[in-house]
Write a protein that binds this ligand. Structure first.
Ligand code: FES
Length: 71
């Protein structure tokens, strides 16, 4: 896993962001609230968005299947 520093203002690296995503964070807003990344100058917000989107793409939510009781 990458230790790339994502938010220079708040010293948040990619590992920390991914660990919160694994624990259920689901959006950039969640990451901001949990880590404070992106809450100062905001320059890292596009990178946080990218990490969140890439995580969701790699681990799509388990789709709830429609129950089919037949007819
Ligand atoms: S680099 Fe993240 S808020 Fe400034």
């Amino acid at each position: 896993m990458s230790k790339r520093l994502v938010c220079l203002c708040n010293l948040v690296d990619e590992n920390e962001i991914v660990s919160y995503l694994k624990k259920g964070a689901n959006s950039t807003k969640d990451i901001q609230r949990l880590t404070r990344a992106g809450t100062s100058c905001g320059r890292c917000l596009p990178l946080i968005d990218e990490i969140v989107l890439s995580f969701k793409k790699e681990r799509p939510k388990v789709q709830q299947t429609k129950l089919d009781f037949g007819s």
